[in-house]
Design a protein around this ligand. Sequence first.
Ligand code: SF4
Ligand code: SF4
Length: 426
Amino acid sequence: MTKEMNKRHIETPKEKQNRHKAMESAAVLEKIKHEFKEPPKTMDYFYNLYEKVYCRYEPLHADKIKVGTMCLQVPTEIVHALDAVSIRLCNGFYTDDEIGSDLLPQKSCPLVKATVGQFVSGNFSDKPDLIISPTTCDQKTKSGAIIEDHGYKLFDMEFPRTKESEESREYWRRSVRKFTAELSNDINKKLTRKKLKESITKIGYAQHLYHKLNVLRKNENSPILGVDMFLVTNAFFFDKIDSWIEAMKVLVEEMEQRVKDEYNAAHKISPRIVYTGSPPIFPNLKIPLTIEESDAIIVADETCSSNRMFNDMVSVDEWFVNDMVDSIADRYLKGCTCPIFTKNNDRIRRIIDLVKDYKADGVVYQAFAGCQVYEMEQRSVLEAMEKEGIPILYVESDYSPNQGGQLTTRVEAFIESLKNRRKKRI
Ligand code: SF4
Ligand code: SF4
């Protein structure tokens, strides 16, 4: 045996973290691919994409300036118009959650801990060149400083905590204008009218495709599972936008055919669920998976990792740069139903509308343990659903893989009760 062969490779901490993350990813993808009825063929594009990025760490944007965003509130239209790519860094990995736990209070939101954890370990397939951190919830706001301390270039983007007043609208518009100027300056790219118009149009088209697909989910035979939909929408966080659009076009066609063929991704008796609350982010699809493994189907959601990203479109009156920037700002503030605001009646209205439009049997509300705003807002949402006669289940969850038993029992019992109601109706 040669000396070389005797040398055993000692795994570095980063390699170990990457291996654990690859295992987390593979486990979830395997479940989605093999534990349900036949997945749509086009989903192979998305499954391969996740394997590429999260199992093999292959970069997608090596030749581009990468702008990391800490929340959905950073306007993607502006980032794209400046020839950069926007990569949303909200993170769903338990491995990173554990790393972040060393720097944040034990009771913090797992999404924030995981996001910080990834910055600490630096285990990115596409490492961001700079980070934009909107001052939305307290935990996101405070974690920006920790991330900066670890050597990342970070810009705060001030965000108002009310949205009805003219003052908050103007405050946010100013913030978006400042962000635009700072980003343009920092990456040395000029924002032109042509590029911004193109970018608004392209993202609008991506939203249009999402809406088209969503309309098909209103059908009594819903053509696609909620877990697949979360993979599709989560991929928008990091995929090349043109590739995402192409895959969506094919997926929409395939789902139109499924609807024509009266194909149901679940079963006739499967309760239809609207999902709301703290955002499911790959690979933390624990609650959506539990719901669909219990033979229900998620037909719509009100979360910032899915529906909320695509819900409202930019509406432009004048196609001049400053007017377009203001219109973009308005779309992001008006469309936001995150519970960070003082009052949030829009969110309740939206959930009720979704239940009615998608003929849902009930709502599942997930709050991450440690997310005070989602925990606090559950009372008003539960009361509103009760008034409307809409069954709702509230669950608190984290990223731990050992939380299963009790949670599963509660979800199963809820689904069973909805099934009984459904049986009486059909
Ligand atoms: S939950 Fe709210 S603050 Fe957190 S990423 Fe989503 S929109 Fe932003
Ligand atoms: S789940 Fe709560 S704490 Fe976590 S990012 Fe969203 S609003 Fe902030």
